[in-house]
Design a protein around this ligand. Structure first.
Ligand code: IDP
Ligand code: MG
Length: 177
């Protein structure tokens, strides 16, 4: 006796499941919206969430995160060469942010319109930045600028995954078909 035996009870190995990919088109399009530390400090996070809810988009995830400086640098890596990158990433990591995933038809582009232009001095009244901010470095919110960057940002901020299978019953009153 003794020694290693090959087990006869071992289950045949299943082919690995393909990695879960986010469905990022049609009414399943998703975007990453974030209330930056200024918006959280000023108590505007709930208002921003409410605007996306009232528009008809579906929440797929929401949480407060206090990002580290290096995490903030990763988020804004495309801006690494800009002179304001240091200040921007120090600011983003200065306090909690409210990170959200929103889903719906055209949500990336419409989400950006709802935020308003980057510089609040040009943001139309009625947009979030137009209504609640003045300085470009304190424009209170972030929104993905393309479906591709949304997917990257959601993977960065929600490594645990999002709630993707939820289709609220109200959708029949949001979409005509
Ligand atoms: P976005 O947030 O509208 O996508 P980006 O060009 O991606 O704009 O810039 C990211 C953030 O960096 C902006 O939201 C803003 O807070 C900040 N930012 C952009 N340009 C400037 C600038 O010229 N000076 C200071 N901060 C800036
Ligand atoms: Mg941007």
């Amino acid at each position: 006796m003794g020694g290693s035996q090959s087990s006869t009870t071992e289950q045949p190995k299943k082919a690995p499941e393909p990695p879960a990919t986010m469905n990022m088109s049609g009414i399943n399009e998703k975007t990453f919206i974030m209330v930056k530390p200024d918006g959280v400090q000023r108590g505007i996070a709930g208002e921003i969430m409410a605007r996306f809810e009232k528009k008809g988009f579906t929440s797929c995830g929401a949480k407060l995160v206090h990002a580290s400086k290096s995490f903030a640098e990763q988020h804004y890596i495309d801006l690494a060469k800009k002179p304001f990158y240091g200040g921007l990433t120090t600011f983003l990591s200065s306090g909690p942010v409210f990170a959200m995933c929103w889903k719906g038809k055209g949500v990336v582009k419409t989400g950006r319109k709802m935020l308003g232009t980057t510089n609040p001095k040009d943001s139309a009244p009625g947009t979030i930045r137009g209504d609640y901010s003045i300085d470009i470095g304190r424009n209170i919110c972030h929104g993905s600028d393309s479906v591709e960057s949304a997917e990257n940002e959601l993977n960065l901020w929600f490594p645990e995954g999002i709630i993707d299978g939820f289709a609220p019953s109200r959708l029949q009153h949001v979409y005509e078909n």
